[in-house]
Design a protein around this ligand. Structure first.
Ligand code: GLY
Length: 325
């Protein structure tokens, strides 16, 4: 090979490597130049306050954001008074409690379960899917079999309160999906950043009350209900899952942050995208939360009434998200 040709090949290889690597090199150098902002945790709705408090215990003890988000969302999962997540949630139209959850860590690993029945902590099953299988998502009976093999116990998650509400709903037996609001909210989505500056997220729900049996919302879908890219930040969603899935909501928010938008601008742009593309947007609620590597946060919803909990330096506050209408 002539030296000219060798030089040309070498230059070509270096040039294409530089082009391919450029975005991640830029992101990494930007991020490594920044000091970690200090631990913080952000989650949806008022049930986020107790969840944040549990997550904070992990973060303040120098724990990993992944452990914090799992411990955090386990609180509403086990609380019978939270009627939209885990135990105490409302059943589907056939009376089955069917749970959806997902989790994502700082390495981009992800685990998810959908339409999981009779297991109190779907988020922990999702984490096992991430850590113990080569897969990302397990559903229905397969998810339950896996959970039982991992040592989880079968439990009746339908509380008396939820059973009565279902009996009442059956009298009219009208399939009108419930509109999520301040009094009737849904998912807990949570994002945390730990002392090392690593971000993880979790999302868990019993889904829309009176949904069709087998319906899966956005919450267990990586990129819809939750997305984390530790180079950039994380996002999670709440509200009508179908609307969020249709725009790959949380992935879009993270990609908009990667492109330079603040977390607040990214959440607003995702909501605007729903408005532009989904003409029935006045019929439902959707909200997004986002957090970037600098510890900046964003929150925005279609309608008034979306609240979220933010815990920084041990101060845990319930805040009203700005909204479109
Ligand atoms: N966002 C929860 C659901 O639609 O199931």
């Amino acid at each position: 090979m002539t030296s000219n040709r060798r030089e040309f090949l070498l230059k070509g290889t270096l040039a294409s490597a530089a082009v391919l690597a450029a975005p991640s090199i830029i992101a990494q150098s930007v991020l490594s130049a920044q000091k970690a902002p200090g631990p913080m945790v952000l989650s949806t709705w008022d049930h986020g306050i107790a969840a944040n408090a549990a997550a904070w215990k992990v973060l303040v003890a120098n724990g990993r954001a992944l452990d914090a988000v799992e411990q955090g969302v386990m609180v509403p999962e086990a609380d019978p008074l939270v009627t939209s997540v885990g135990y105490g949630g409302m059943p589907d139209r056939d009376g089955y409690m069917s749970l959806d959850a997902c989790i994502m860590d700082e390495f981009g690993n992800a685990g998810s379960v959908a339409a999981l029945q009779e297991i109190m902590h779907p988020i922990s099953v999702a984490r096992k899917v991430m850590e113990k299988t080569p897969h990302v998502m397990l559903v229905g009976e397969g998810a339950q079999d896996f959970a039982l093999k991992q040592g989880f116990k079968k439990e009746n998650l339908l509380t008396e309160n939820a059973r009565k509400a279902w009996e009442e709903w059956k009298k009219a037996n009208q399939y009108t999906p419930v509109k999520f609001d301040r009094n009737n909210h849904d998912t807990i989505g949570m994002l945390a950043i730990d002392a090392k500056g690593n971000i993880s997220g979790a999302c868990t729900t019993s889904g829309m009350a009176w949904k069709l049996h087998g319906r899966v919302g956005d919450s267990p879908i990586i990129g819809a209900g939750l997305f984390v890219d530790n180079e950039v930040g994380g996002a999670c969603a709440t509200g009508k899952g179908e609307a969020v899935i249709r725009i790959a909501g949380s992935a879009i928010v993270v990609e908009l942050m990667r492109a330079g938008l603040t977390p607040q601008q990214a959440c607003e742009e995702a909501v605007k995208r729903i408005i532009r593309k989904q003409p029935d947007y006045k019929e439902f609620q959707v909200g997004f939360l986002a957090m970037n590597k600098r510890g900046e946060t964003g929150a925005y919803s279609l309608e008034a009434g979306f609240q979220y909990a933010l815990c920084i330096a041990g101060k845990n506050n319930l805040l009203d998200a700005p909204h479109h209408h």
